[in-house]
Ligand binder design. Structure first.
Ligand code: ZN
Length: 86
């Protein structure tokens, strides 16, 4: 059994190498997660930032929020296709 240093999960399948330092062994799930490119697209017209994910040849919108790109907001709204605001 190995323990993944990122998510703390125990796994016994073949480990993936972290792309951050190329030597840390992580679980396959985290390996897949690291392989995904996340970036933001800001639309000035609507004052909306879209969170995009690039997986090999697939680009998908995985969330959005109002306002300009913000690291914290990207983390919070990633994977959520609804945004609440007052
Ligand atoms: Zn993991």
């Amino acid at each position: 059994m190995r323990v993944c240093p990122i998510c703390g999960k125990k796994y016994d399948s073949y480990p993936a190498l972290s792309r951050k330092d190329n030597c840390t062994k992580i679980c396959p799930d985290c390996g897949t997660r690291e392989a995904v490119e996340v970036y933001t697209l800001y639309s000035q017209e609507g004052d909306i930032t879209f969170i995009m994910e690039d997986k090999k040849n697939i680009t998908s919108v995985v969330g959005f929020y109002f306002g300009e790109p913000d690291e914290e907001a990207t983390r919070i709204f990633r994977g959520k296709l609804t945004a609440e605001f007052e």
